[in-house]
Design a protein around this ligand. Sequence first.
Ligand SMILES: [Cu+2]
Length: 224
Amino acid sequence: MKSFAAATFLLATLAEVAQGHYIFQYLTANGQKGAQYQNIRKNTNNNSPVTGLSDANLRCNVGGASGSATTIVPVAAGSSVSFTADQAVYHQGPVSFYMTKVSDAASADGSTDWFKIKEIGPTFSGSQAKWDMSLTYSVNIPSCIAPGDYLLRIEQLGIHNPGSPPQFYISCAQVKVTGGGSKTLSPTTKIPGHVKSTDSGYTANIYSPDFKSYVLPGPKVATC
Ligand SMILES: [Cu+2]
């Protein structure tokens, strides 16, 4: 069914030129879904993906270097927060959530240390990989972290097109954690620098018959 796959790929490619990409632009916190770009830094690239592994736009997307025009939402440590896109994710790949502690979420540039708080990879049954391609992804704010301002970042890495550079779809929310503890979570990483060109989760060919396991790129998930 090669021609069918090729036709599907062509249609998908045409569709994305027409529509632009999925953009994470709604934040749900404290059980309330915010308005478009409320508490989320607005990107300026129509979410054309970031692909350079040393590109500072990997932090909070193109246009997201500053959040001075973006509000900050209080969230309780341990509570659930969700990012919702304008349309469901349609490129296969993993999803990761990161946080970095900052003095002021509205002015932070994301150059501080980030830790990963959740990752979502594929599930395998037989030789079939199933990816979670959703409209909304949720994460719990770790219960033990120190209160204060953080950037909360979602990253979906499109690895649907082996042979072309994987594509980063990113948004950053601005949160003020309340409650919590006093822990500084590790391991940490700088962004860019969190993904290496040699990472198996970056170079993987998801269509290969040998694709039977997957390790997400980036640091291990930091836990309390
Ligand atoms: Cu695309």
